[in-house]
Design a binder for this molecule. Structure first.
Ligand code: C2O
Ligand code: CU
Ligand code: CU
Length: 461
């Protein structure tokens, strides 16, 4: 074992971590963001790509690993990277939502994933205010999978798995990206072409009597998915920030933009092919002025296809990890999610002053204003109150949270994005750990984020 590894881990490590023979080799990733023609389900389409691919390359990481990611901006507008869900230092650290890499320029991201980072399914995407929705809806996003030793100990690491990276695209007949209308941007743009990990309706193989682990990521800019699998229920084993304590069954899973879910499918039906679908989900409750969402329909995302027998029939562990509940919040903050029609009719892209269609506590985003100042090491409860007719999935950078209001799992689990339904409220509990700096929280309907539904969070000692 290298001495540096030993020193870093000695404070909090478990025996098994200390026994790991080698430090993982550094992860080195080169990404180029650029417009490119790609083959999507047999159709040639022009999207925004990392390295010519949609989604971008999957990044596999291990806790304690050194990571170096070089991003070249081949777009015609500024971009950057955000590591959604990873516990990393915010601005001016590596997970800097305020950084702008100009067209033609490049930036090297360097960080060490904390040694105690939970394993789980995360993702990366651009985060320049005013450009996030357009770039993510254009295809710029990719999966990050963190594999921890805990999964090996639990025996879940060797279950066959597939990453299902959900994206939707709005394309013109000539295969180029359509420009959103004003009402698209207010509702949050959706596209009719839905892709799972860059394929349309992929076949996901499962062995008869075996298990298949699906790491599902909602990488769409605005579309919600309501997952269901013909004749099967799901066993939920993980949420945004890692494994849940006790796996539980679910027939359908609502997955908002930004959220991830880890599911086990059991191959316990008759051999065959079963539709993996997104059932209709209405994320706007009632008419808002004259604007209404078109009724959402069922979408086929892929198929689960049984292959030969001899699947793994070993049981799913009853207990997966132990997430200890956060306790003793120092205070309760309230965030009222609002909307003003002031932005209607204006150009909706960019950050021009006065364009505040979506607000938090009455204010549109201003990067030069500190909205929320907190102290490192403190625990707080945050309540989101949605005063609008649209659902808003609220996301916080840097530190995960536990849902303590309606909508949480029975046992504590690490989340970083939470659905706040139209007209409803929910409460989360978080602790500001390890990192100081300037972070953000926002609605993950990225059109809403671009139109102001974002606040700054300063974490200080
Ligand atoms: Cu995935 Cu601030 O976002
Ligand atoms: Cu994020
Ligand atoms: Cu929103």
């Amino acid at each position: 074992m290298q001495r540096r590894h030993f020193l870093r881990s000695s404070a909090a490590a478990t025996a098994s971590r200390l026994l790991r023979a080698t430090e993982p080799a550094p992860a080195v990733v080169d990404l180029t963001a650029a417009r490119n023609w790609v083959n999507l389900g047999g159709r040639l389409v022009e999207l925004l790509t990392y390295n010519g691919r949609v989604p971008g390359p999957r990044i596999d990481l291990r806790p304690g690993q050194d990571v170096k990611i070089r991003l070249r901006n081949g777009l015609t507008e500024p971009t950057n990277l955000h590591f959604h869900g990873l516990h990393l230092a915010p601005s001016p650290g590596p997970d800097d939502a305020f950084l702008r890499i100009p067209p033609g320029d490049e930036h090297e991201y360097r960080f060490t994933l904390p040694l105690n980072h939970p394993g789980g399914t995360f993702w990366y995407h651009p985060h320049v205010h005013g450009y996030s929705a357009g770039q993510v809806a254009g295809g710029l996003a990719g999966a990050i999978v963190v594999r921890s030793d805990l999964e090996t100990e639990l025996g879940v690491a060797d279950i066959p798995e597939r990453v299902v990276f959900l994206q939707d695209f709005d394309l013109l007949p000539n295969g180029t990206l359509a420009a959103p209308s004003v009402s698209d941007v207010i509702q949050g743009r959706e596209g009719p072409l839905v892709a799972a990990s860059g394929e349309t309706m992929p076949e996901l193989a499962i062995r008869q009597d075996g298990l298949l682990r699906l790491r599902v990521i909602n990488g769409s800019s605005s579309r919600f998915y309501n997952l269901s699998l013909e004749e099967h229920s799901f066993v939920v084993i993980g949420v945004d920030g890692g494994l849940v304590r006790s796996p539980f069954e679910a027939e359908t899973i609502a997955l908002t933009p930004g959220e991830r879910i880890e599911l086990l499918v059991r191959g316990n039906r008759n051999p065959g092919s079963y539709r993996f679908r997104s059932l209709p989900y209405a994320r706007t409750r009632s008419g808002m002025g004259s604007l209404r969402l078109p009724a959402s329909t069922s979408i086929e995302l892929g198929r689960i296809v049984y292959t030969g027998g001899e699947g793994r029939s070993s049981p799913i562990p009853a207990q997966l990890g132990s997430v200890s509940p956060l306790t003793n919040p120092r205070l309760l903050r309230r965030f009222v999610l609002g909307q003003s029609m002031g932005g209607l009719g204006l150009g909706m892209v960019g950050t021009r002053p006065g364009m505040m269609a979506f607000t938090i506590n009455g204010l549109g985003f201003d990067m030069d204003r500190i909205d929320t100042q907190v102290q490192l090491g403190e625990t707080e409860d945050w309540e989101f109150l949605n005063s609008t007719a649209m659902d808003h999935p609220m996301h916080v950078h840097t530190n995960a949270f536990q849902i303590v209001g309606p909508g949480g799992t029975a046992a504590p689990a690490w989340k970083d994005t939470v659905l706040v339904k139209a007209g409803e409220r929910t409460r989360v509990r978080t602790r500001f750990e390890d990192f100081t700096g300037l972070s953000v929280y926002h609605c993950h309907i990225l059109d809403h984020e671009d139109q102001g539904m974002m606040g700054t969070l300063r974490i200080e000692t």
